[in-house]
Design a protein around this ligand. Structure first.
Ligand SMILES: Cc1cc2nc3c(=O)[nH]c(=O)nc-3n(C[C@H](O)[C@H](O)[C@H](O)COP(=O)(O)OP(=O)(O)OC[C@H]3O[C@@H](n4cnc5c(N)ncnc54)[C@H](O)[C@@H]3O)c2cc1C
Ligand code: FES
Length: 254
């Protein structure tokens, strides 16, 4: 069950000029969080901002989030230093199903590389077959990349020139066959990856990062339309924070 915890910053590194990687001490969240879940972090004393769990160290009782500065809330949170603390509600949302397959392709872009990092940690520690494709605008934006990942850049100044689908197309047929695709990134990227997976008859799950407020299903700020043909209607409204943020890509109305 998610609760509000006062969490101390135990380490902070800047991954590039506008992205902080912050490790918080919270044994409860570290013990419970599964990949794809997020936490709602307090800034300005009472407002909250959602961030995907990017890494967990259960022995140390810590978890990490990556914070890209895009406005005042992220600017305040990214300026926290070791020893500072804030209230964090979590873990929240449904997370990815990492049990029902033994073979995964993970696709990350933008701040989606943070949940993808935690997915990779968990799946590789379970000994599952996992390939990762990450896409960035250019070499200066590359963060949390590993040598074993397939790297793409729009500018072509690192890795394969192109987008994540170009990276996916570079995988061998044996890497692709029978996999489940898990994707987190900007909507156009997830839409393209979803249609790539569909063209190969692969299951694909995406994480919808709508604007959020409460994070616990009460305020309805985050509703999105999800297909509901089985219920005899075209779509139904679902709360990304509570019913998601992870959805079967076949059910998303893009
Ligand atoms: C489930 C979830 C997980 C997330 N995980 C991460 C993460 O791991 N790392 C990370 O850096 N960010 C993540 N985000 C996005 C992050 O929450 C926002 O960047 C943050 O709330 C912006 O706060 P702000 O006060 O700095 O900006 P604001 O002043 O609130 O907004 C600045 C601008 O960004 C736009 N914006 C704000 N939030 C979003 C959003 N969710 N989607 C698209 N546009 C938005 C606003 O419309 C505005 O134009 C996640 C969002 C969600 C919903
Ligand atoms: S953020 Fe309030 S219902 Fe989802």
């Amino acid at each position: 069950m998610s609760k509000d915890y006062f969490c101390e910053v135990v380490s902070k590194t800047m991954l590039n000029e506008d992205t902080a990687y912050i490790e918080f001490l919270c044994p409860e969240i570290a013990a419970e969080a599964v990949p794809g879940q997020f936490v709602n972090v307090t800034c300005f004393n009472f407002l909250r901002r959602p961030f995907g769990v990017a890494s967990v160290d259960r022995d140390a009782g810590t978890f990490k989030v990556g914070i890209k500065i895009i406005g005042e809330g992220t600017e305040e949170l990214a300026s926290m230093e070791e020893g500072d603390g804030t209230w964090i509600l979590g873990p929240l949302g449904n997370g990815f199903d990492i049990e029902s397959s033994d073979k995964y392709i993970l696709v990350g872009g933008g701040t989606g590389v943070f949940p993808i990092n935690y997915l990779y940690e968990e799946l590789s520690s379970q000994g599952k077959a996992v390939k990762v494709v990450q896409g960035f605008r250019d070499a200066s934006q590359i963060i949390l990349n590993k040598p074993e990942y397939v790297l793409t850049t729009d500018a072509g100044d690192a890795g394969i020139k192109g987008n994540c689908c170009d990276g996916l197309n570079s995988l061998s047929p044996s890497d692709v066959e029978g996999t489940t695709v898990l994707c987190v990134g900007p909507m156009p990227m997830m839409r393209a990856v979803s249609s790539w997976a569909s063209s190969k008859s692969l299951d694909c799950y995406v994480s919808l990062e709508q604007r959020m407020a409460c994070g616990i299903g009460i305020c309805l700020v985050c509703v999105c339309k999800i297909k509901a043909e089985e219920q005899g209607q075209e779509f139904e409204h679902k709360r990304c924070c509570k019913d998601g943020p992870v959805f079967d890509s076949k059910e998303v109305i893009w």
